[in-house]
Design a protein around this ligand. Sequence first.
Ligand code: PEP
Length: 256
Amino acid sequence: MNRELRKTVIAGNWKMNLTPSGARKLINELKPLIDGVTGCDIVVCVPFTDIEAAREACEGSAVKVGAQNVHFEAKGAFTGEISAEMLKECGAEYVVIGHSERRQYFGETDQVVNLRAKAALAAGITPIICVGELLKEREEGITEEIVSMQTKLCLAGLSCEDVKRVIIAYEPVWAIGTGKTATSDQADEVCGIIRNVIAKLYDGKTAEAVTIQYGGSMKPGNAAELLGKYNVDGGLIGGASLVAGDFAAIVKAAGQ
Ligand code: PEP
């Protein structure tokens, strides 16, 4: 564990679930369960329409609010899109970018992910950039190549200072929402590969400062082992983040 070198961040990805009233209810259930936990940052990444309700519900607690996507332009004729400034003013401090569901269903490329990350950083929002291989790619033995390339393309043009403000989530696509979890050694290995890529692109000190999460069916029963690995600095949690007790248990496994 590297709590002294970099931030541990546990972020829930609610995906397309819960209305504003449901968001308030879940956060109000969560708050007493995580009260007093230190040693990790806690974030809930909610649908756009829940951001304001979530921010209000989180007031006075350690829980921060994030969004699940951001458009890369500041404003203009982009019907249906949401800018970083809009997110910021509603209270989002984080945003998930390049989740595999967006890559799979909405055709997002690493180049678009890179633009979104730049827009988030410019607005003072922390991007959580998702990378990860498909099952076929793991079976073909090209996980390292795929994840390294994604990392390079997604970080293209970011300064050293920018990169220290980014969170990377290693999410093997075969483990998301499937109940299949990467072993803690697999998670540690690929998070380490990502860290090495950052060290080569920037320098070792910068690489040691970047938070790299694991995501993919993390739950109370496997969180402590995954989070105990040197290169795993937290988790991006889908299904389990919708159950207050489960999410709180993962937060406690990461915190003190
Ligand atoms: C996710 O949505 O990023 C995710 C990791 O989902 P789950 O925890 O349900 O696999």
